[in-house]
Design a protein around this ligand. Structure first.
Ligand code: GLY
Length: 610
């Protein structure tokens, strides 16, 4: 019986009502013999209302996994066990980290349809262990969606000039030109081992789509939540519904059209997706839903190879995604601010440390709203934002005892609690090559529309643009002129696929979904490992906080002690305890050993080595 169980509490009350003065029983008898009989209790104590037994935790609740998986010949950590195993098999057959990552990326499009995708976009960071040039050893592949050519700056404003959220999240206008297929193909072409054809890396995904996968774990959790979104489109109902309802737990999800699309890409390369019948069907589906994307937009899509953004934190090198992601820039900006504080001395989970984290997050998100956008269209001051000297000026404004007052920041809308709309996976091979990949449909299942005859779910990434200066997107993020909609532009992202190096050697691979909370999730995994010396599983599982300047809310996951939350409130924080956030599937490398941790916040995640 736990010390706080209701039965023990009632017994304590009964004992308290017994006559005062020590008795032989109270001095020496075992506890059970001190208890009055039921009849005695009725005579001695006033009638007590026995509180109802509290609800037990639901049987489906996640258990924290607090030890990482260990392996020496490679590691794959992803949000879906089937996809992890596809990657592990490629490593086992001699593929490098990029080969495995490409296979995982295609597999997740089948097994994790809420976020894995062909119809979305993302970012892949690649580290090549054997590269001689320390700067060129890490590359960022930007396969973010682009705005169709007919896009205009005011396309998401209603007749009153206000943001039209339905248009930017639920209509065909929300769909950006997908980048995933060309992005994964480019990764394979440039950085694959050469031992596998693209077709060989796509084959497991095609098999999973054609043979079907069991509706269980995260898929069974997410489908009912997406029923409304998917159910509005007949083409999506044909894939995900059975007898008027989404496929139930235990059913089999077969995606024959998606298997055919994968087969076409395997046979003819990415052009099969971007030109010809598949591209025409995607454009027709988007236009049928009120959108403006054309087959020419798809044919014109190209990924970009970018130079990662770099910083240092307590002697470790941080290498992360540059614009059009805000992730790397603000991860480094926040770490630079935090470097001036003794977080380890304050202690993991302490109110002091959480206060410093929150106060360091706020100025970074304020900068995000003003400075960040597509580098092809706006000059992003990356060097200035990631400079140690700039962080020192921001640190001067932070009060270790008081949160910034409400008058210093604008009040805002509550944050949405989406956490599974993007997905991150990390791969390391035996040679130390690594991939950190985050990709997305934006919302869970994107716009919910499967392009008829293709099996491809379409994104709603256009909502990541600013509908107008100062307006908030679905994550409550404020955007500025730098992130305005423009033909061909890439919407600003928060995705933060990241590497950490120690003495020039790969140390940590991490990243996460979570919308606006991606940056702060990655931040806390790093701080948990480097400052608080947690093992990787603890670092990933530990409850997280998030502050994004506007709205003025300090989000806290369940699991932070009420005492700590009270101390934070006393410092002036507007604390809201909310849903969990993120899925930081990570890998750590040290002394020839690899530690893998998949995030216990989502069901069905897996880290495994070959
Ligand atoms: N769609 C979420 C992001 O890119 O940050």
């Amino acid at each position: 019986m736990s010390p706080t169980s209701p039965i023990r509490a009632v017994l304590a009350l009964l004992l308290a009502a017994a006559p005062a003065g020590p008795t032989r029983a109270q001095v020496s008898e075992p506890v059970s013999e001190q208890l009055p009989t039921q009849a005695q209790a009725r005579r001695q104590a006033p009638a007590l209302a026995v509180p109802p037994a509290p609800e037990p935790p639901p049987i489906q609740s996640d258990e924290a996994r607090l030890l990482p998986v260990l392996a020496s010949r490679g590691m794959v950590s992803s949000q879906d066990a089937l996809a992890t195993r596809v990657g592990v098999e490629i490593l086992r057959k001699g593929g490098n980290a990029v080969d495995a990552a490409v296979a995982v990326g295609f597999a997740l499009a089948v097994t994790l349809p809420r976020a894995g995708n062909l119809g979305g976009g993302g970012f892949m960071m690649v580290h090549r262990a054997a590269a001689e040039d320390r700067v060129a050893d890490t590359i960022a592949i930007d396969y973010r969606e682009t705005a169709p050519a007919a896009s205009t700056a005011d396309m998401f404003l209603n007749p009153q000039g206000e943001p039209d959220r339905a248009a930017s999240t639920r209509s065909g206008k929300a769909v950006g030109v997908p980048g995933t297929v060309r992005g994964l193909a480019e990764a394979h072409r440039r950085y694959g081992s050469g031992k596998f054809t693209l077709a060989e890396l796509i084959a497991p995904a095609e098999r999973l789509a054609r043979d079907g996968i069991p509706v269980e774990s995260g898929l069974a959790d997410s489908l009912p939540r997406a029923a409304g979104l998917l159910g509005q489109w007949p083409s999506s109902r044909a894939v995900f519904f059975e007898g008027g309802h989404v496929l139930p737990r235990g059913a089999t999800l077969r995606q024959t059209d998606l298997a055919d699309t994968l087969k076409a890409i395997a046979e003819r390369g990415p052009d099969a997706f971007y030109e010809g019948p598949i591209a025409q069907k995607i454009a027709a589906a988007v236009q049928g839903a009120g959108g403006i994307m054309t087959a020419a937009d798809l044919a014109a899509y190209r990924p970009e190879i970018r130079t990662p953004v770099r910083g240092r934190y307590r002697g470790y090198e941080i290498v992360s995604m540059p614009p059009p992601s805000s992730g790397g820039v603000h991860l480094i900006e926040i770490l630079n601010i935090l470097e001036g504080y003794d977080l380890a001395g304050m202690g993991a989970g302490s109110a002091g440390a959480l206060h410093m984290l929150a106060e360091a997050m706020k100025p970074a998100y304020a900068d995000r709203a003003t400075w960040l956008g597509d580098p092809a269209r706006t000059k992003v001051p990356v060097a200035g934002l990631t400079a140690k000297a700039y962080a020192a000026t921001l640190r001067e404004k932070i009060d270790p005892e008081r949160a910034k007052t409400a008058a210093e920041v604008s009040a805002g809308n509550p944050l949405p609690h989406e956490s599974d709309q993007t997905t991150h996976f990390s791969v390391v091979d035996a040679e130390g090559n690594a991939v950190s990949n985050t990709y997305t449909l934006n919302f869970s299942y994107g716009i919910g529309l499967v392009a008829e005859g293709t099996g491809v779910l379409l994104n709603n990434e256009m909502d990541d643009f600013s509908a107008k200066t100062g307006a908030r997107n679905a994550y409550g993020l404020v955007g500025g002129e730098a992130n305005a909609v423009a033909p061909g532009a890439r919407p600003l992202s928060s995705m933060t696929p990241t590497f950490v190096f120690r003495d020039g050697k790969l140390f940590l691979v991490t990243g996460s979904p979570g919308g606006s909370r991606i940056i702060t999730t990655v931040l806390q995994v790093i701080v948990n490992v480097l400052d608080f010396r947690m093992n990787l599983a603890q670092a990933v599982a530990a409850p997280r906080i998030h502050h994004q300047w506007q709205p003025d809310v300090l989000m806290a996951e369940e699991g932070i002690s009420p005492d700590t939350l009270a101390l934070l409130r006393a410092k002036g924080h507007n604390v809201k305890v909310g849903a969990t956030s993120g899925s930081a599937n990570s890998v750590m490398a040290e002394d020839g050993l690899l530690a893998g941790a998949s995030d216990p916040r989502q069901r069905g995640t897996l880290a495994e080595g070959p």
